[in-house]
Unconditional design. Structure first.
Length: 463
């Protein structure tokens, strides 16, 4: 890792890397993964479209008005592309069931999809253009997770949502076919105005955490449209005095940031099988495995210890996670998630309804649970978020299960069938079966779409 010092031309090299991503050069598996990422994001957006925070944002944007150019998913409404990015980004975050990229702090490249889809609708882009933009965004955002703000961007007070201010304008500029100078300006303006504080991730998590990514993405879309109109921004926004490296990240591995593309980073994405955070995926999967293997029921448990690598353990020991009072806090508390999963036999959005946060059987398991640092797991972090479940039964047995790569991790991929079943489960209360199956087919063949509006039209709820 390099301390943040000036690397001449770093911003320009990043712009050139993004501009060099062309559909005709993409391997078939990368194009297919763009369709899978799109399907998963669409499912999460539609399922989260009627959450309380999303509904409030939707009311505000309706009051503000806007050109009816981009879909407000989960409804029949349309609005301006920047406002669609905001409300659909909020819907995507609401359930916290979205994809991510393994690494030292949270990175969810799927939050690029709401602004890119909204912009694609505005300009009438085809499936190849959207796929290319998705691949570009999934390439850029994880590069910042891996190469800037280390060892802990959050400890510096910044949220990983900040990195959307790099990926969205670079991918959006490609959709708009901006020249190099306008792309530099779009990037310069987006990051100048797009750094996101991490305050919403601490204590009892407030509702506005669901809005962080949507606001950053909407800002980036506006910046890109301004650049298209000739508004200039700073050219060296990463490496210059007062730029991102110095003022925000504190450290940047410039060589890694602008390295030539090897294996496309979209292929490193993880999909959430369970409705919880990264380390929760592993803990819940390990707990289910241990319970099934030993034919146990929740009432057989006397105590439950959940071991993590050091960074995950430190996070999960937060006092607010012992008795979560909000949906978002419960979703981030692995103690609650494991308890709810074992009691209900599943971990979906339903396990975070208000009555579940007060359910005596779940809280009894939460009270029996503790988090500890399992030093043996540190070797796997941050490429994975391993977990060890140590369960003591009421008859005195101690049982243990360690898992490194849960279902959905890039080294333990969800099959197309499992991913599509997740989409059906997420959208089944809003769309009818015919719409669901058509959307699945369209994302399987994303490159064949002549206009992405054909996909968003399929997703409009039928009255």
């Amino acid at each position: 890792m390099l301390v943040a010092t000036k690397m001449n031309g770093a911003t320009e090299k990043l712009v050139d890397l993004a501009r060099g991503i062309r559909f005709d050069d993409l391997p078939a598996e990368v194009v297919r993964e763009a369709g899978r990422r799109l399907l998963d994001a669409l499912g999460c957006m539609i399922a989260g479209s009627h959450g309380a925070t999303t509904a409030a944002v939707r009311t505000v944007i309706a009051d503000l008005g806007g050109a009816a150019e981009s879909s407000v998913l989960g409804t029949a409404a349309r609005t301006s592309c920047d406002r669609a990015a905001l409300v659909n980004g909020t819907a995507l975050r609401f359930l916290d069931f979205m994809d991510g990229h393994p690494g030292p702090y949270p990175c969810h490249p799927c939050f690029n999809i709401p602004p890119l889809l909204a912009l694609a609708e505005r300009i009438g882009a085809n499936g190849k253009q959207l796929a290319t933009a998705i691949v570009a965004a999934y390439e850029i955002m994880p590069r910042f997770q891996e190469n800037s703000g280390l060892p802990d961007f959050g400890a510096r007070g910044w949220a990983g949502s900040t990195n959307l201010s790099f990926s969205v304008p670079l991918a959006a500029a490609g959709l708009l076919d901006l020249d190099r100078e306008r792309t530099l300006s779009a990037l310069g303006m987006a990051i100048t105005h797009g750094n996101v504080l991490d305050a919403a991730s601490h204590g009892q998590i407030p509702m506005n955490k669901s809005i962080l990514d949507g606001m950053a993405a909407a800002n980036a879309i506006v910046a890109t449209l301004l650049a298209e109109r000739g508004i200039s921004g700073p050219r060296a926004v990463i490496e210059s005095a007062g730029g991102f490296a110095q003022a925000v990240a504190g450290s940047v591995n410039f060589a890694g940031l602008v390295a030539p593309i090897g294996r496309y980073k979209i292929l490193e994405s993880y999909t959430k099988l369970y409705n919880t955070v990264k380390c929760g995926q592993t803990a819940v999967a390990a707990a289910f495995k241990l319970m099934r293997k030993n034919h146990l029921r929740p009432h057989d448990i006397a105590s439950l210890r959940i071991g993590f690598a050091q960074r995950d353990a430190n996070t999960q020991k937060r006092e607010s996670y012992a008795r979560p009072q909000s949906r978002d806090t419960a979703n981030h508390s692995v103690r609650f998630c494991v308890g709810a999963a074992l009691v209900d036999g599943q971990l979906t959005a339903e396990q975070f309804e208000a009555e579940k946060l007060r359910a005596p059987e779940i809280l009894s398991l939460v009270d029996k649970s503790t988090v500890y640092w399992d030093e043996a797991l540190d070797v796997h972090w941050p490429a994975a978020n391993p977990a060890t479940i140590v369960l003591r039964t009421i008859d005195g047995r101690e049982l243990r299960e360690t898992m490194v790569f849960p279902p959905g991790h890039p080294k333990n991929l969800l099959s197309d069938e499992m991913l599509e079943q997740k989409f059906r489960q997420l959208t089944g209360k809003i769309l009818i079966g015919e719409q669901i199956e058509r959307a699945i087919v369209m994302t399987r063949r994303l490159q064949e779409l002549s206009n992405v509006r054909a996909l968003t039209d399929v997703l409009r709820p039928r009255q």
